[in-house]
Design a protein around this ligand. Structure first.
Ligand code: FES
Length: 100
């Protein structure tokens, strides 16, 4: 049985491209997300974690996008990551097409 799109966990895409991962910042934030998943129920993960090589908004990096909603989080740091996950993944307060 396939989940309908609304039943799937949100997808979190972290850019690990050369601009977003300068000095390893993107990889550090990705590792934080992996740690969140490691603490979660593996059968009901709160989100699916993906990476990208570029999200075409390099000048605003580090960048992350959350689906559904195409929520773009620019200038990502640890605090913005925490707030974005709480707001748009755990509470699912979506702002379609929003930029944070
Ligand atoms: S390298 Fe991250 S948006 Fe281009």
């Amino acid at each position: 049985m396939t989940d309908s799109p609304d039943n799937r966990p949100p997808r979190v895409i972290v850019c690990l491209g050369k601009n977003c991962n300068a000095a390893g910042v993107g990889a550090l934030l990705h590792a934080r997300l992996e740690a969140m998943l490691a603490e979660a129920d593996p059968f009901q993960p709160p989100f699916l974690l993906r990476t990208a090589n570029c999200l075409d908004m390099c000048e605003h990096g580090p960048n992350m996008v959350i689906y559904p909603g195409n929520i773009r989080i620019n200038h990502l740091d640890a605090e913005k990551l925490r707030v974005a996950i709480e707001t748009h993944v755990l509470r699912r307060e979506a702002k379609p097409g929003g930029v944070v």
